[in-house]
Design a binder for this molecule. Structure first.
Ligand SMILES: NC(=O)c1ccc[n+]([C@@H]2O[C@H](COP(=O)([O-])OP(=O)(O)OC[C@H]3O[C@@H](n4cnc5c(N)ncnc54)[C@H](O)[C@@H]3O)[C@@H](O)[C@H]2O)c1
Length: 344
């Protein structure tokens, strides 16, 4: 099924409204999920919505709360998400990070007791659109064993950095070789195998079998270095905010308990260091230097982080967003349950 971003956003919005999510929150969640699809990050697009709906219908998420500021001091702020909608809590936290970044040059906002916020890029882009370097991380349900272990202790804890400027540098990555959603996406597409290096079985032995991977372990990015980065995110998000850590977290596929994720939003006001024009010129120059490298065998060009997604966005705005059969089936099922008409 391929549909335009406008139609898909409206569909997602209607599903959320039918789930009793208040208007501005439903709009934000729909927009942020479809933004991930537009960028080609389908693992964090609409395929998440049926899981969110399930959790909301079970009363696992408090759709009405706005959370509250716990403390604010200088450029630092701690936020209690009070089990609210992750995207809504993130939107509020980004607003605080931008405000404090302007006042102090650098700000750090950490939230606890929040919920899944989708792709980290959407929030880092909120800050870069305001002229800040936006850095975002979160902890997530424990699915990843620490290096040399086989029990799940870390989430896929993403790290994202977005810098100001059109189509500028945007790094958004899980601290595993791939996000879990990519393996689920392979399953949704009916692919029985995944690339080597994505996952291990439950004993920590590498596997390329999709089903074994789904009941096994995700591979930390680059072995112990990925484990270290995941722990860094855990510290900056959860230890610092007073939130749930490691095995204390629930998850979007775990029913009957709140997710309790923590998130961090770091804003660096570029204009305090160099003017935004100068920054843009220097970024352009850096990207030029990187791309001036000769290409390795088998490649036609050197890319920098963000390039694949900007290109995909141009394509999908023009041609529409393809939704996998598996993800579409789940969305249709949710629509039928909620009495929402399905676009075609
Ligand atoms: N909310 C959560 O709990 C959670 C957890 C984990 C991941 N995520 C999200 O999952 C999404 C996907 O993560 P991922 O690690 O699978 O992404 P990925 O591996 O597709 O891409 C990671 C980064 O590499 C860059 N990249 C890709 N190809 C490149 C190339 N050839 N040259 C240079 N750079 C290149 C991309 O632009 C991107 O910035 C992210 O949006 C992340 O925020 C969310």
């Amino acid at each position: 099924m391929t549909l335009s971003s406008e139609i898909l956003t409206r569909f997602a919005y209607q599903l959320l409204i039918a789930t009793k999510v208040p208007y501005p929150k439903a709009e934000l969640v729909a927009k942020s999920l479809v933004a991930a699809n537009l960028r080609g990050v389908d693992s964090h697009g609409l395929q998440l919505l049926p899981f969110y709906i399930e959790l909301i219908l079970m009363g696992n998420i408090d759709i009405n709360t706005d959370g509250r500021v716990v403390t604010e001091s200088g450029g630092s702020l701690v936020y209690d998400g009070q089990n609210g909608i992750g995207q809504w809590i993130s939107e509020i936290c980004c607003g605080h990070a931008i405000r404090l970044g302007r006042d102090h040059g650098v700000s750090l906002v950490v939230s606890r007791e929040s919920n899944h916020f989708g792709a980290a890029a959407f929030w880092a882009q909120r800050m870069s659109a305001a002229g800040m370097i936006g850095i975002v991380m979160c902890n997530a349900s424990p699915l990843v064993a620490p290096w040399q272990g086989k029990d799940q202790r870390f989430g896929t804890n993403p790290i994202c950095v977005s810098v100001p400027g059109p189509d500028s540098w945007l790094l958004d990555m899980a601290t595993t070789t791939v996000a879990l959603g990519k393996i689920l996406n392979a399953q949704f597409h009916g692919r029985s195998t995944i690339p080597e290096g994505w996952a291990m079985d439950s004993d920590g032995v590498p596997t390329a079998d999709t089903q074994t991977a789904l009941s096994g372990l995700l591979m930390p990015l680059g072995g112990y270095k990925g484990s270290g980065l995941a722990m860094m995110a855990e510290i900056l998000c959860a230890v610092l905010s007073g939130g749930a850590m490691s095995t204390e977290l629930g998850g979007i596929r775990i029913q009957g308990q709140p997710m309790r994720t923590s998130q961090m939003f770091l804003a660096i006001d570029v204009a305090r260091f160099v003017s935004l024009d100068e920054f843009a010129r220097r970024m352009q120059s850096l990207v030029g230097m990187v791309k001036s490298s000769r290409t390795a065998t088998g490649f036609e060009e050197v890319l920098v982080a963000g390039d694949p997604e900007w290109r995909m966005e141009v394509e999908r705005r023009r041609d529409g967003i393809p939704v996998s059969d598996g993800a579409w089936q789940n969305l249709v099922q949710a629509a039928e349950k909620l009495g929402v008409s399905v676009p075609s």
